[in-house]
Write a protein that binds this ligand. Sequence first.
Ligand code: 3NM
Length: 211
Amino acid sequence: MMNKQQYLLYFIMGSNNTDKNPEDALREAVQGGITSFQFREKGQYAEEGPAKKELAGRLQKICREAGIPFIVNDDVDLALELGADGIHAGQEDTPLVDIKKRCPSSMTIGVSAKTLEEAEQAVQDGADYLGVGPMFATSTKEDAENPVGPGAIRLLRESGLSVPIVGIGGIDAENAAFVMEAGADGVSVISAVSRADDIRQEAERLREVLR
Ligand code: 3NM
């Protein structure tokens, strides 16, 4: 199970989120201080089948060696096959109750939520953490909704939710502090890190803000 500190800089990436070799990109991000990683192989040009599994295995190995949790987005079969540390599901993905039935209790289960209703339902169904967003405008997710802003996290905290929360969507070193001030335990980022010219330096910059 992930501990609270591990949510601080939660890096997410699939092969189509970087122009670099994904393994090199992840290694650089690890050097820069990411605290957890989610493999999210989705959208245009995403790998499927054996190629997806092989890539996942290679990225998992990098995480293992670094002592960083390796979370799989949506694909429960893959998460179980690899013995991932966790699984993350969106509102439109596999229902949480079905994931809970199939996965060992040692696995961390994350759910995306943007409203209080979705968040409360997810917690009631046993989510271990929530991803709340989009915090800001993002072009990484093709079907992203309108930004809800850090205020959405503040609302969840004011409503008494104490589950770990990460903000997601359009977060970078310039705006990450607003997400933390709203009550997040960490930030999930894709492009701010995966598309940086110097991935290690960008992760370091985020860590500076998040300390
Ligand atoms: N989920 P970037 S926003 C994967 O709102 C994802 O649930 C979102 O990418 C949500 O850091 C998003 O490049 C994309 O904006 C995050």
